[in-house]
Design a protein around this ligand. Structure first.
Ligand code: AMP
Ligand code: MN
Ligand code: MN
Length: 317
């Protein structure tokens, strides 16, 4: 697959709406903002469908609230970024799916291509890496420092700071090229991976106290509830920095993080170096990557969600 169809899609349209997935992460916010700056640079109108409150505070250094201005119906092309499937568009799913002129740029292997034009590159470590490739292929574009910072943040986020197995030579070269444009990588990494609120640090003991080990130490599960987070005045995504903690326990092959949110349980799966958690997630209606995948289980509780996941994970061993 090449990016030429996306290039044509960009050339052929003038007013773009860019949308990412619900509960945006660094790859999502960084890719949306990076593409927004790029489109502006080449003289296109674009808006990002995201509210400032949806952007986790630690990612607001790349957020520009001007990107979300404009009339809701004033676009003629709709681009979804970093969305494994249409469900990930949450309340915008129907609007996107019924829109006549849509594109999707993504790197999830479980993405079946839900837009009119689909650029899905599972070998890319981040959607930001594909946005970078696109930037290089657009002959009428020079990346600005702002765009570079957003795209770098996107790639650094999804690779855990260029350290996950998804990181390839191309990923590192993209990071190096973006760094050369002139950004403070140390400050970005500190913000993404080494800065916590006091409340987050205090949360660690509550969350680790829920830890349970299964299948001879190969599976570790931790959980958090929205009641706990809201009782501390914290955001629903304030515990997400602990998502990979279960996997980091020696001997663990699948780490599970359960997040109770209203009547749903959001499940995050992380694997060590053998299991393919994207398959498990896809079987349960979610999706993702080999080493990181997710599912939202509707109308359930933590006890039932844990049973469902352990039953599915059991087949691996
Ligand atoms: P998370 O555990 O939310 O950090 O997600 C891990 C990976 O799986 C990310 O790349 C997500 O985009 C993807 N993912 C999470 N939840 C879902 C879902 N319900 N459907 C499809 N992909 C998902
Ligand atoms: Mn994402
Ligand atoms: Mn991503």
């Amino acid at each position: 697959m090449s990016l030429s169809e996306i290039k044509k899609f960009i050339e052929a349209n003038d007013n773009f709406a860019i949308i990412g997935h619900t509960n945006p992460d660094g790859d999502c916010v960084g890719s949306c903002m990076g593409l927004w700056y790029m489109l502006k640079t080449i003289g296109k109108n674009a808006r990002v469908i995201m509210d400032t409150e949806d952007v986790p505070p630690f990612l607001r250094f790349i957020w520009n609230s001007e990107s979300s201005g404009g009339e809701a119906d004033s676009f003629d092309a709709y681009i979804a970024l970093d969305c494994a499937g249409a469900d990930r568009l949450a309340r915008f799913k129907d609007e996107f799916c019924s829109f006549k002129n849509t594109a999707c740029i993504d790197h999830h292997r479980t993405n079946v291509g839900f837009a009119g034009v689909n650029a899905i590159f599972p070998e890319a470590a981040a959607t930001g890496e594909i946005i970078y490739r696109l930037a290089k292929e657009m002959s009428n574009l020079t990346l600005t420092a702002e765009a570079a910072e957003c795209i770098y943040t996107a790639i650094a986020s999804d690779t855990g700071g260029f350290k996950y197995s998804s990181t390839t030579g191309d990923t590192l070269r993209a990071g190096a090229d973006l760094l050369d444009i002139g950004l403070d990588s140390a400050a970005i990494h500190k913000r993404l991976f080494d800065t916590y609120t006091l409340g987050q640090i205090q949360l660690i003991s509550d969350i680790t106290s829920t830890l349970s080990m299964h299948f001879g130490g190969k599976v570790a599960v931790i959980s958090v509830t929205d009641e706990l987070l809201s009782s501390r005045g914290m955001r629903a995504d304030d515990a997400d920095f602990l998502v990979s903690l279960p996997r980091s326990i020696e001997g663990v092959e699948v780490g599970v993080f359960l997040k109770k949110r209203g009547s749903d349980v959001k499940v995050s799966l992380r694997s060590g170096d053998s299991a393919d958690v994207s398959e498990i997630a896809a079987r349960l209606g979610g999706g993702g990557h080999i080493r990181a995948a997710g599912i939202t289980l509707k109308n359930t509780n933590l006890v039932k969600a844990k049973e469902i996941i352990l039953e599915e994970v059991k087949n691996l061993f």
